[in-house]
Ligand binder design. Structure first.
Ligand SMILES: C[S@@+](CC[C@H](N)C(=O)[O-])C[C@H]1O[C@@H](n2cnc3c(N)ncnc32)[C@H](O)[C@@H]1O
Length: 347
């Protein structure tokens, strides 16, 4: 039996992928707990998974950094902290954690590990140190590899190694794994040093797919998703102040979805589609944004997942944020299949 903990769970992209792959491979598994601070993500998560008997904590820091002193990044092996974590979090074998990336990404403030959110890596480290699960998979933006002259990624990899893990990483783009969205992400994966399994694996096999956004866009949507004339002007304007950026719409491979897409960025940063593209009309009549359902499709989620969230009362605004923050399910699946093929999770 492999016990799994879903940290920084969001809406559970890791879990959707893992449940599918583990069930298909007849692996005995159980999610023992999860942590997610955002109450709307919690709603979507609970609407889609049976979490009744699972351990749950909203803010993981309530357990990992319950004393101010524990927030010190050099203090993740502190004995009292460890005892506290062990007392509260039930044992597990596999940790998933797409840790908050604002402080690493280009749009964030780039304070890296010194930022409260970046420092959440050390809460992961404290958990690994205390619970000592056999395996983990962490996800973050590609920028984590270069920020701060690579000091951040070196600190992360060295810390994991010191904690007793063999680690490596995959740099993957969602568009290579069956969804028409460019989304480059880093997946750091590791296992306990004493386990006799391979690390340093080649990237998961690319899924050759002819799927484009045409296959996922709805032919008919609520007119509220169509852009008004006023807003169109701003959205379609090219960059200003000498920063020319071409505003292209109707992309067959969508741009990366973002947490803030609800605000509607200009067309060179966001995804917009016209009736010409969607319906094959000769004349352009309207341009619209993605619907939340389409955004989730671009992340590899099934329609029923979104339906359940709507039924639980989650709004469009929240759903856009959740889709923009999620991990692409098909990428998770591809990683897990590769690891299983290399005898992971069996020991
Ligand atoms: C990059 S997202 C992970 C998304 C997830 N992989 C998914 O598929 O939806 C990071 C998540 O961490 C959550 N988070 C941030 N700080 C947290 C904390 N202190 N404790 C628990 N969750 C936190 C955020 O609300 C966000 O949903």
């Amino acid at each position: 039996m492999i016990k799994v903990f879903d940290l920084f769970a969001g809406v559970g992209g890791f879990r959707v992928g893992a449940e599918k792959v583990f069930k298909k491979n007849k692996l005995d598994f159980e999610f023992t707990g999860w942590s997610e601070i955002d109450k709307y993500c919690q709603l979507t998560y609970k609407a889609n998974f049976n979490t009744n008997n699972e351990f749950f904590i909203d803010d993981i820091k309530k357990i990992t950094s319950y004393k101010k002193v524990d927030c010190n990044i050099n203090n993740f092996t502190n004995k009292n902290r460890s005892t506290h974590i062990k007392k509260h979090i039930p044992k597990f074998d596999l940790l998933f954690a797409g840790f908050p990336c604002q402080s690493f990404s280009k749009m964030g403030n780039q304070n890296s590990l010194n930022d409260d959110r970046g420092a959440l890596f050390f809460d992961i480290a404290a958990i690994l140190h205390s619970i000592k699960p056999k395996y983990f998979i962490l996800e973050n933006v590609n920028r984590i590899l270069t920020i701060d002259n690579k000091k951040t990624i070196m600190t992360i990899m060295n810390t994991l190694e010191k904690l007793g893990y063999k680690t490596d990483l995959f740099k993957l783009d969602s568009k290579d794994y069956g969804v028409p969205q460019t989304r480059r992400r880093v997946f750091i994966y590791g296992c306990k040093k004493e386990l006799d399994i391979k690390i340093g694996l080649p990237n998961p096999k690319i899924i050759k797919s002819t799927k484009t956004t045409k296959n996922i866009l709805l032919k008919e949507v609520n007119p509220k998703y169509i852009l008004s004339k006023q807003i169109l002007k701003t959205i379609l304007s090219h960059g200003t102040g000498g920063y020319y950026q071409k505003s292209e719409i109707d992309l067959e491979i969508a741009r990366p979805l973002t947490k803030t897409m609800v605000k509607m960025h200009r067309a060179h940063q966001d995804n917009y589609y016209s009736n010409k593209f969607i319906l094959g009309d000769k004349k352009q009549k309207w341009i619209r944004r993605l619907t939340p359902l389409e955004a989730f499709r671009l992340q590899g989620f099934k329609d029923n997942f979104v339906k359940k969230a709507y039924n639980a009362g989650v709004s469009d605004t929240q759903l856009y944020m959740q889709a923009g923050n999620a991990v692409t399910v098909k990428v998770v699946e591809s990683i897990l299949i590769l690891l299983l093929d290399n005898n992971w999770f069996l020991k």
